[in-house]
Write a protein that binds this ligand. Structure first.
Ligand code: 5GP
Length: 192
């Protein structure tokens, strides 16, 4: 098991409804050293790809993405979940269905912060059905920038998102891939 898998087994909880709770180190309280280690891992994995921008979506991706951006020495941009109906014309937007909240958000990125020269590393905390990633990818492509890589902390491999994103040809790296998890026994099995 790698450092993240070990931490998930130690402090994660499986909740009914196919939810893995990791709020003691990732989604509410944040273990900053763990974020730093993830940032280093993403740099190792995507080094040489000319990354000049990191993109994530608020809110839980931001902490991990910060450390990835620091490793590459590049800015981090996060897509905002817009509450306003009056969306600024100078933004790229995408509709993202939330797996955990069961609602749809319009997410926005200002056109000032993405341009055709950008080689983007997309980072997020979880990959489930892939809606968040599809939204972020569409924003990068609308800006004429390129998605050079996608780094995920925890992929739920029994859901379709990872397969879909790999089949689309993106270079996806998930630090921990949960193959199965059981809310009753609490057992979590990782992909080899
Ligand atoms: P997707 O868009 O791939 O279906 O879901 C990804 C988003 O849903 C992530 O950004 C994350 O916030 C949330 N998410 C999906 N599954 C889980 C889960 O099992 N646990 C937690 N804590 N968040 C999840």
């Amino acid at each position: 098991m790698n450092f993240l898998e070990e931490r998930i087994v130690k402090d994660g909880f499986v909740r009914p409804g196919n939810i893995l709770k990791v709020d003691s180190f990732l989604n509410h309280q944040i273990d900053v050293s763990l974020m730093e280690e993830m940032g280093r891992e993403f740099r190792r994995r995507f080094e040489g790809k000319g990354i000049n921008k990191v993109l994530t979506i608020e809110s839980s991706g931001i902490a991990i993405a910060c450390f990835a951006a620091r490793e590459f020495g590049v800015p981090l941009v996060f897509a905002k979940k817009s509450k306003s109906l009056n969306i600024d014309a100078d933004t790229y937007t995408a509709e993202v269905e939330s797996f955990t909240h069961k609602n749809t958000n319009t997410v926005i990125v200002s056109k000032k912060f993405l341009s055709p020269e950008d080689k983007v590393l997309i980072i997020d905390d979880f990959l489930a059905n892939g809606c968040a990633l599809k939204g972020l990818i569409s924003i990068v492509e609308a800006a004429g920038a390129s998605v050079e890589g996608i780094g995920i902390a925890i992929e739920k491999g029994h859901q379709q998102g990872g397969k879909m994103i790999r089949e689309m040809g993106y270079d996806l790296c998930s630090l921990a891939i949960v193959e199965s998890m059981d809310a009753e026994s609490g057992e979590i099995v990782f992909r080899e």
